[in-house]
Ligand binder design. Structure first.
Ligand code: SPV
Ligand code: MG
Length: 435
């Protein structure tokens, strides 16, 4: 039984109002008073893509549509809360339910409406050439250096944890860009990408000792940038000498990288996960502070971040040393602190975060849970971590899979046996979209 003044609800997660949205409103108004929910930023980035406009700008766009009676902010992509709030007689939606996320959303809408006899109205989704072009232009805008660079700082304000995955090629970039999970409870995707020195070097068959030069590392960035839009955090190793670091900062900034992380080591750098098994030297505090200051002075935009990475726990120099460095590096201008550990348990990382947060509630903290991998993002966030980097998992996933395929072919003297473990020929030739 519908009410006398039926409410028709729809949710918009768009930066631009085009004829598709207007068509939908035209149909909606025939059923009753049209209420539009504008999906909030933190849910936009999980479900759709990074918003080009702020929530208030997006609200204003919708308010300007004639026939929209009311605009609210939808705080979750799932409809339960918003339906409880306004109990619409109808929810109206385009019939574009093809991908996994859309299927999950449709199921959720039908379930919540079913509880009180509300109805789903589906309208043919408008996807003509003009709208396709608008969509493409918005995506391309997201990839532009100015816009991409500023996204990390914006994300830090938007979400509890910036979920960051390692990428080392165009292909892994596409995985970071496009992988979405959708189940009954949530829809999610990665927020940012990490260009690891370990993986960039390993991919080239080289040790992680600052041997792969910057020109080559920039080439990796460029390959990734060509096919992605998400922000990039670059592993700058030690940053080299300050006189070189300033050039690296300028180049990264110009390319549209959002942040560089440099570690407080000096001399021949080895991978941190070796810990004290190999000889590694920590830089002294003042010398490293000078490098940070030089980098901050060199950058031209406000968006670019220089994050200082502390190796005291890796090198077993103790918690006090780690904290002393964190505050000194922050005071020298670092925009964030990365604390690293190779312990199996997260205890020392959490102790560091708690102690740092006692005195500083603002400066972003970065954690890389490679060794202490049982901890969840939520737990890290509760202790004040803002960026979680999964630093090497894609490369480590690929290597055993490739080795297994190579061994199988050698053993059987043919490729038949490995075939069912592989991406199909059809999938591989259609994996990459042509322009
Ligand atoms: C990297 O990914 O290259 C890092 C993190 O620097 S770690 O390998 O854990 O040192
Ligand atoms: Mg590294």
């Amino acid at each position: 039984m519908k009410s006398n003044n039926p409410i028709v609800y729809t949710c918009f997660c768009t930066d631009i109002i085009h004829e598709g949205h207007l068509n939908l409103i035209d149909v909606a108004k025939e059923y009753g008073d049209v209420v539009v929910g504008v999906l909030c930023d933190s849910e936009m980035v999980k479900y759709n893509r990074f918003p080009l406009k702020s929530t208030s700008e997006r609200v204003k766009l919708v308010e300007e549509i004639p026939d929209v009676k009311k605009v609210i902010i939808q705080k979750k992509i799932m409809y339960d809360d918003v339906v409880k709030e306004i109990r619409p007689d109808y929810i109206i939606h385009g019939d574009n339910w093809a991908d996994e996320s859309m299927k999950v959303i449709k199921k959720n809408i039908l379930n919540v409406l079913d509880e009180y006899g509300g109805e789903l109205i589906e309208v043919p989704y408008t996807f003509n050439e003009k709208i396709q072009k608008i969509d493409k232009q918005m995506l391309e805008k997201l990839a532009m250096p100015e816009f991409r660079r500023s996204r990390l700082k914006k994300l830090l304000k938007m979400v509890d944890v910036v979920k960051t995955i390692e990428v080392h090629s165009g292909l892994t970039g596409l995985i970071a860009e496009k992988t979405v999970i959708a189940d009954d409870e949530h829809i999610d995707q990665f927020d940012a990408m990490w260009i690891s020195s370990l993986c960039d070097s390993t991919e080239k068959g080289k040790p992680d000792i600052e041997l792969v030069d910057m020109t080559s590392r920039f080439r990796t960035i460029s390959d990734i940038m060509e096919v992605t839009t998400k922000p990039i955090i670059f592993d700058g190793d030690t940053g080299g000498i300050a006189e070189h670091f300033v050039y690296t900062v300028r180049s990264l900034e110009r390319m549209g990288v959002s942040a560089v992380i440099i570690e407080d080591k000096i001399g021949l750098k080895k991978n941190s996960l070796f810990g004290t098994e190999v000889e590694q030297t920590q830089d002294d505090i003042e010398h490293f502070c000078e490098k940070i200051r030089a980098g901050k002075n060199a950058q031209l935009s406000d968006d670019f971040m220089i994050i200082a990475r502390i190796e005291s726990l890796i090198l077993e120099k103790g918690m006090d040393d780690a904290l002393e460095r964190a505050f000194a590096f922050r005071d020298a201008g670092a925009d964030g602190i990365m604390i690293h550990s190779r312990k199996k348990e997260p205890d020392e990382i959490l102790e560091f975060c708690d102690k740092f947060r006692e005195k500083d509630s603002e400066t972003p903290i970065v954690a890389v849970p490679s060794s202490y991998n049982t901890i969840t993002e939520e737990e890290l966030s509760e202790h004040g971590v803002n960026i979680v980097i999964y630093a090497n998992q894609l490369l480590r996933a690929a290597f055993p899979a490739m080795q297994h395929a190579a061994k199988s072919i050698l053993k059987h003297r043919r490729a038949r046996e490995i075939d069912e473990d592989l991406l199909s020929i059809k999938e591989i030739i259609t994996l990459i979209d042509e322009l």
